[in-house]
Design a protein around this ligand. Sequence first.
Ligand code: PHE
Length: 335
Amino acid sequence: EGFRKDIEAYEIVTPQQLEEYRIKYLGTKGLVKNLFGEMRNVPNDRKKEFGQVLNEFKQFAEARYEQAKESSAGATSSTEEEIDLSLPGDAITIGSRHPITLVRNRMVNIFQRLGFSVADGPEIEDDWHNFTALNLPENHPARDMQDTFYIHQNPDWLLRTHTSNVQIREMQKGKLPIRIICPGRVYRNETISARSHCFFHQIEGLYIDENVSFADLKQTLYFFVQEMFGKDTKVRFRPSYFPFTEPSAEMDVSCFICGGKGCRICKHTGWVEILGCGMVHPKVLENCGIDSNKYTGYAFGMGIERPALLLYDVNDIRLFSENDARFLKQFDSAV
Ligand code: PHE
């Protein structure tokens, strides 16, 4: 009984005290072992009784050890050091979202509300998915429109020049209707300057179903623009050319910096060009195994950097990829 009291009163706070306790009571020269050693001096008729008491005591001593070990488990193994809980904690630095991510998320969100889902695809692509399937035959001059990075000079492997490769891959799956947007990084061999970079980000959209018309395209884009740049934003379509759409157009929005009055950003025209679009060329549908007599579709594609530059009043596109924390931190609370 006396020993039990000692054990109960034994102070175990630090890992060091815990170890001392173990040696004193449970170690090879500890009390428990010693007491068991005494067994041989106990008369035979009392051995059983004595054994029982000792076993219980051993369990008691061990239980105390386990319990103390548990409660000091949080303590560090460096025995001397005690933790001062009154000290202020280290500040946790939380990153901020990248401005390109912020703009992309806003764009994606608007299209998702219209029923588009997000599709993804490879950045390293073969010629067929990036060009040929999109109605750009070999040596077609339109390939010059997009200066391409080839991998190891192999004409069949390249860094995608647009996210249209994802559209091709979705169409090939053969599940219709299709209503997707494809956000992603694209690469073009262009001289790096404040206005252009050799990689940037795009969002392309594709809708294929029966009876999809140019009117659907216009209304979808008009809704997008109003949500993205404000209800007062106007749009204007100009005829254009892309090998993969027919007819094709480029869309301008009324400058959301000056409200269309004319400023430095819109070069005093009142308009800013933001995307290319059109009705998917029947040949593209057929290339992907879709019956162009039954189905029609529209497609559009826009860059993310340009609107981001305008929306956040950033004057150099290179800032987006320089990882300068002073620049990125400014978007901490940006939405
Ligand atoms: N793929 C075109 C580009 O990268 C954009 C586009 C997509 C144009 C779809 C029309 C239709 O420039």
